[in-house]
Ligand binder design. Structure first.
Ligand code: ZN
Length: 233
């Protein structure tokens, strides 16, 4: 099997998407760059995660041309191509349709940082990419723009995309988006949630990247720091 380790990780993350309730059926998709190459492995279209096998994955070049695999790649392949092209710091992408984040997606409402882990892992407010049909270039372009300087983006009326330095990180980012969405909605029902200030977000993020864990700056979420004038509004 080609790129066995990466393929096995994608299959494992797929099982977790289902077990953690982040997708149902065959929705969502997962990809990872092949270390040292521009190619990436992606899940096939319409294959249930429970029966997904490493052999089912499709190896694509950076332009989306099939290099190996017999099944059709995910219909969201253009989204993955666009993100990898724009973000050399991203090595893995996980796309989910998780329920609480979907509330923000249908309201087309940004998810503000209310939890410390949101500030640490997501880099601040998760923006919403404008609605566009799944699989379209418009969706890919809108998602890449809204993802600037962030590790997650909400797709209007659709779902969430998390990106990271590894598949594990991209999965964790999707989980943090889902938890943040759930907590924020419940907090609004039971009180008046306080959003972390821009200053606190910057401090939490910096401390996390520089000091947290055994290998600061080698993990998660140590994605390329970018600035953007309209950040954190
Ligand atoms: Zn989707």
């Amino acid at each position: 099997m080609f790129h066995q380790k990466t393929a096995a990780e994608i299959v494992a993350v797929g099982r977790q998407l289902v077990s953690k309730g982040l997708v149902s059926g065959t929705w969502g998709n997962i990809s990872a760059r092949i270390p040292g190459a521009g190619d990436f492995l992606i899940t096939p279209s319409g294959v249930p995660y429970e029966s997904l096998d490493a052999q089912d994955l499709v190896l694509l070049d950076p332009e989306g041309k099939v290099k190996k695999g017999t099944l059709r790649p995910s219909t969201e392949t253009p989204l993955h191509i666009a993100i990898y092209k724009k973000r050399p710091d991203v090595l893995a992408i996980v796309h989910t349709h998780s329920p609480y984040a979907s509330v923000f997606a249908v309201n087309r409402r940004e998810l503000p940082p209310v939890l410390e882990e949101q500030a640490q892992l997501l880099g601040g407010t998760v923006r919403v990419a404008p609605y566009a049909p799944p699989g379209s270039k418009e969706l890919a372009d809108g998602a890449v723009t809204a993802l600037e300087g962030r590790s997650a983006v909400i797709l209007a009326n659709h779902g969430v995309v998390g990106v990271g330095r590894s598949l594990k990180d991209a999965l964790l980012i999707c989980q943090v988006v889902e938890k943040g969405a759930q907590v924020f909605l419940l907090a609004q029902l039971s009180g008046k949630p306080h959003v972390l200030s821009e200053r606190d977000v910057a401090l939490l993020r910096r401390n996390f990247l520089e000091k947290y864990g055994q290998n600061p700056l080698s993990s998660a979420c140590a994605l390329k720091e970018q600035s953007r004038k309209d950040d954190d509004n």
